[in-house]
Write a protein that binds this ligand. Structure first.
Ligand SMILES: [Fe+2]
Ligand SMILES: [Fe+2]
Length: 770
């Protein structure tokens, strides 16, 4: 069950192979752009070759520049040596502890600086561990370790679904300034106050996660560095000190508790020790240096981020002016465009605020001399008295914290108009540095191909790809990410066929218009039918043993990737949403909560073994080409895997598919299967487990139904109650997607019929247009 035992030739990403060199990489990209692409990786897989290069280069440098410890002669020597490394890491943590602390005024400015520059990292907290939950890995020892670590890091516990560090960070920002944009949005990534260099750390964390099978040891090492340098406590410390500095109450009482942080360290250490143990002494020579270079790379990328952020951190005496400039820079993207032909001094206000021409000092100098500000007296300044109060054009534009910043600045202005001009022009003698302007360094990190070139190459390489091959490539998507355009086509085609029979085929939609009670009734009726279909062994004909084994074997491509339809929800863009967490809960239970023995695929493999069937590893060509399997046995699992590559794009369909899969078998079918298994003296754990875990009361079927309701409620909240039906139909296309689908002729007839009624036959816009 170790990924280390796999054939290394299979473990080569497509862009590292000879034939991929024809793909031109023509577009230069900045750290900011790479960060955006990595957050939207399913839409931008063309960034992956560069992401790999960046990660590999950093790991190589970490291995070379650090004097790696000598190779231990035995496992016990390795664990002793690692313990010493961890002691040193722990000792180094004091160097990074609360660097913003200074005098009260300076702390307030500094803590905000660190808070802002850490935002791109804070919002992807734990992301380096996400790849362990993929179908190729989750059933292995390493995958189990990563699954447990990830769940703990993102606090994805059933009892506590809404409480996590990322949510707390967002809440504090909302109080200081305004509600933050969505993580994967252009507006968040394009925030002008983020320095380009602040993206280098999260790019590395996001990048290494995309190559979990290639860099599994390094990820465990990186996680050791993160936990033992105290970085899981670093973000919570920032939150605490921002709140203290701006007189805000803490968002929660149990922020970064000692218990949680201690457990993060314990789990990180145990995972690394377990990894070395699994590698055993024969493979120690490979595992040890990789673990070490992961640790070193983690230390170095963090230290670099820390140094760069510290270099630009405010310093010197109190500087209300610089605080004001920083705040205006944060507000400028939203403010620009609202001021029509209004002028400050000789320039239009919108020109002063525009991203490319933003000039904080000039803006403040003009503002200070305008009728809106009475230097030294905020209470008599129209900016605060009129503009931001009820009836004023800037009502609700500034948070309480921002109003205080304005007050401090006005108070600091000399009342003597003569001395005032020199004061602003010459600043206050502060050593603080302004936040980097977007017009400055847009440092290019490398080149990527265009999306069109990426798609064209994919079409050529995978032309004529058969269903078994597609299954294999999708199980091993880390090495075949260039398959994504084909995966999208496959999912779309299957979903369109399902949609065509929404009303009249098997499993018809229970209501034309979205109606939560119709959904609930359908689930309970279906469950009741399944339960009542149960026949005791003496009431039904005996199933021949050979036929029973055969049916079990044909399900192997499906069950050996159990949970696979949900694997995409672990990504940082989805995991912190409410619906994402609901789906994640189901996913983690399918994966045995990180315990390989309880992983549903492994339970199934044990059943196959009891039947005398030795299935090849699911990620191998031997499995995809296994002559015992029918081509048709790959149809539904390939749909699961294709749809899972696009967890946001196909979310309505995934929600529907999730319901169909979780409900399937509950009640009579599982009970009859249990009877048959017992009759042949095979273990019945697999069906007992599912009949319990998938129950409609509080189990996976209930979670599946509730996730749909929650999603539709969120849509209703956003779009209003009259715009839900199309999405509801998409959900149901997902529910129907596991059924046998109509053929080509009926599909064409369906398309024609839709066009005659002037309807668009496409479900959703294409990610990879033909
Ligand atoms: Fe399962
Ligand atoms: Fe389940």
């Amino acid at each position: 069950m170790s990924t280390l035992e796999h054939n290394p030739r299979v473990r080569t990403p497509w862009f590292r192979r000879q034939e991929a060199s024809t793909l031109p990489r023509s577009t230069r990209v900045s750290p900011r752009q790479i960060y955006y692409d990595m957050l939207n990786i399913e839409e931008h897989p063309e960034v992956l070759p560069l992401a790999y290069d960046l990660v590999a280069k950093r790991l190589d440098v970490a291995a070379i520049t650090n004097n790696l410890l000598a190779l231990p002669a035995s496992l016990s020597e390795a664990t002793d040596s690692l313990s010493e490394v961890l002691i040193r890491l722990t000792a180094s943590s004091s160097r990074f502890c609360r660097p913003w602390q200074a005098t009260e005024d300076l702390t307030r400015r500094r803590v905000m600086h660190y808070f802002m520059q850490y935002l791109p990292t804070a919002l992807v907290d734990g992301c380096w561990l996400q790849g362990g939950l993929r179908v190729s890995t989750s059933h292995t020892h390493e995958g189990g370790l990563l699954t447990g670590l990830y769940r703990h890091q993102v606090r994805a516990f059933v009892a506590d679904p809404g409480r996590h560090f990322v949510g707390d960070y967002r809440r504090v920002y909302a109080r200081v300034a305004a509600p933050l944009e969505e993580l994967s949005s252009r507006s968040f990534v394009d925030r002008v106050e983020f320095r380009e260099t602040s993206f280098l750390l999260p790019i590395f964390l996001l990048g290494i996660a995309q190559f979990t099978r290639t860099f599994c040891a390094e990820i465990l090492g990186l996680n050791l560095a993160w936990q033992f340098m105290g970085l899981s406590a670093w973000g919570p410390d920032l939150i605490r000190d921002v709140c203290a500095s701006y007189a805000l109450s803490l968002p929660v009482d149990d922020l970064g508790t000692r218990d949680h942080l201690d457990k993060s360290r314990t789990m990180a250490r145990e995972a690394a020790f377990q990894f070395l143990k699994d590698a055993n002494e024969s493979m120690l020579a490979d595992a040890w240096p990789r673990l070490l270079r992961g640790i070193h790379a983690g230390v170095e990328i963090w230290a670099e981020w820390f140094e760069r952020t510290s270099e630009t951190s405010p310093g010197g005496p109190p500087d209300p002016r610089q605080e004001m400039i920083d705040m205006l820079l944060r507000k400028a993207p939203y403010a620009c465009g609202y001021h029509a032909d209004k002028y400050l001094g000789t320039k239009r206000i919108d020109e002063l605020l525009a991203q490319n021409t933003f000039d904080g000092p000039a803006l403040l100098a003009d503002l200070a001399e305008s009728p809106w500000v009475k230097p030294g007296d905020p209470d008599r300044s129209a900016l605060l008295k009129r503009l931001i109060t009820f009836g004023g054009p800037m009502l609700s534009v500034f948070s309480a914290v921002e109003v205080q910043i304005i007050k401090n600045w006005i108070t600091s202005l000399p009342q003597d108009a003569q001395s005032f001009g020199s004061k602003v022009d010459g600043a206050s003698g502060s050593q603080s540095l302004p936040i980097e302007s977007r017009t400055k360094v847009e440092e290019n990190l490398g080149s990527i191909s265009t999306a069109a070139d990426f798609r064209r190459r994919s079409e050529v390489v995978y032309q004529g790809c058969k269903i078994r091959e597609l299954y294999h490539y999708l199980v091993n998507v880390e090495f075949h990410s260039d398959i994504l355009p084909l995966a999208e086509n496959f999912a779309r085609d299957r979903l369109e066929r399902s949609m065509a029979m929404l009303w009249k085929g098997a499993r018809p939609i229970p209501s034309r218009r979205y109606d939560p009670s119709a959904l609930e009734q359908w689930v309970h009726k279906k469950h009741r039918e399944q339960l009542e279909s149960y026949r005791r062994p003496d009431e039904r004909p005996d199933v021949p043993k050979g036929a029973f084994i055969e049916a079990t074997v044909q399900l192997a491509p499906l069950i050996l990737v159990d949970g696979g339809w949900l694997q995409g929800v672990a990504s940082p863009a989805v995991i912190h949403t409410t619906v994402g967490r609901m789906l994640f809960h189901v996913l983690v239970e399918e994966l045995g909560e990180g315990k390989p023995r309880e992983h549903h695929a492994n339970v199934y493999r044990e059943l196959l073994a009891a039947m005398g069937v030795d299935a090849p590893p699911v990620d191998s060509w031997d499995f995809a080409r296994w002559s015992r399997l029918n081509d048709s046995s790959f149809e539904v699992p390939t749909l699961w895997l294709s749809i899972s590559c696009f967890p946001r794009h196909f979310l309505p369909e995934i929600l529907g598919l999730n319901l169909a899969v979780e409900l399937a078998g509950v009640g009579g079918p599982y009970m009859e299967a249990r009877d048959t298994l017992r009759r042949f003296r095979y273990p019945s754990l697999f069906v007992d487990l599912h009949n319990a875990a998938d129950n409609v009361s509080a189990g996976h079927s209930a979670w599946a139904m509730n996730a749909i309701r929650r999603y539709m409620d969120e849509m209703a909240e956003r779009d209003g109650p009259h715009n839900l039906d199309r999405t509801w139909h998409r959900v149901w296309a997902g529910v129907r997607a596991t059924l046998p689908q109509i053929g080509r002729f009926r599909l064409l007839a369906h398309r024609l019929g839709r066009r005659l009624f002037g309807e668009d036959t496409t479900l959703v816009p294409r990610i990879f247009p033909a």
